[in-house]
Write a protein that binds this ligand. Structure first.
Ligand SMILES: O=P(O)(O)O[C@H]1O[C@H](CO)[C@@H](O)[C@H]1O
Ligand SMILES: O=c1cc[nH]c(=O)[nH]1
Length: 288
């Protein structure tokens, strides 16, 4: 069967042949990729590398690729939100699985290992501030999956329906899961686990009120009391559900780690957030 040629307006390359938003060429991407939200966090990770081969910046998308203990690793920042995650994941996948010259999907597809290191707010009062948490699954409160052929597990549908009903939400959240392979590879002490809520915003979508009152009553309280087959709903951030769903559809392994720098029911924000994030970076680096 003749392969589809991807048009220039869909797979966009710069004059130098780099992919449109990431600004990368295929040889600049390692098989193990660490993703972060904050562009400034990229250098905090690549400083552990023995050697940095490429440093590329375009908008909020910063990439450092190098070597650590003989292993090639890329670190890429996405900025905030699942809309950026969609761009990062699609272009990252195209760099390894599309022949950019022919504009055709390759016959042999690569499976990347992708690890998120991010910050997050905890909604369980008994998980201490500055803890680390791995997202076993994530609930996407955004609309990204309405635009993809996302096939949800039965378990996911049950959880999504339960959350929609309990909160009185107009949208049905989607549930996506961590890679079981990476959950086994990245084990160790000091790591809580739970279900992460990926919010389409930092304020009302995470139950915060500054001047505008969140529309949904008792949001935080109701969410934190929901039990799922993956455990309690534990924390808020803004990318993981999009990452897990895109990774699943594109055939990559993905895991998301959270530094819990806020505890919402206890009204705390960490005075040591920077130290906690650095601790999580070291925890992950030690297990690469
Ligand atoms: O620290 P990062 O990785 O950016 O992650 C979290 O912090 C940002 C909000 O402050 C959102 O991107 C959220 O997901
Ligand atoms: O509360 C928090 C802290 C970090 N990131 C979030 O998205 N929420």
């Amino acid at each position: 069967m003749k392969k589809r040629t991807i048009p220039e307006s869909e797979l966009i390359l710069t004059g130098e042949g780099a992919i449109y938003h990431l600004g990368l060429h295929p040889e600049m991407v390692a098989d193990t990729v660490i993703v972060v939200g904050d562009p400034a966090r990229v250098a905090k990770i690549s400083k552990f590398f023995d050697r940095i081969d490429f440093q590329i910046t375009n908008r909020e998308l910063v990439t450092h690729t190098g070597e650590l203990n003989g292993k090639r690793i890329s670190v890429i920042s996405s900025g905030m939100g699942t809309d950026n995650v969609e761009i990062l994941m699609t272009e990252l996948d195209a760099l390894v699985n599309v022949d950019l010259k022919k504009r055709e999907v390759k016959d042999k597809l690569k499976r990347l290992k992708i690890i998120r290191i991010g910050t997050s707010g905890c909604m369980q009062p008994d998980i201490p501030l500055d803890s680390f948490l791995v997202s076993k699954a994530a609930l996407g409160m955004d609309s990204l999956m309405s635009f993809y052929p996302w096939v949800e597990s039965e378990e996911g549908q049950v959880i999504g329906n339960k959350v929609q009903r309990t909160l009185g939400l107009s949208i049905r959240p989607y549930l996506s899961e961590a890679s079981t392979l990476l959950l086994k590879e990245f084990q160790g002490p000091q790591m809580y686990s739970g279900v992460t809520v990926t919010a389409p915003g930092f304020y009302a979508p995470q139950g915060r009120e500054i001047r505008l009152r969140p529309f949904l009553p008792d949001y935080l309280d109701r969410l934190s009391k929901i039990n799922t087959s993956f455990g309690q709903i534990t924390n808020f951030e803004m990318e993981t559900a999009g990452y897990y769903a895109m990774a699943k559809m594109l055939g990559h392994e993905m895991i998301s780690f959270n530094a819990l720098i806020a505890n919402r029911p206890n009204h705390q924000f960490s005075p040591n957030a920077e130290k906690t994030v650095n601790g999580l970076i070291e925890w992950v680096i030690e297990r690469l």
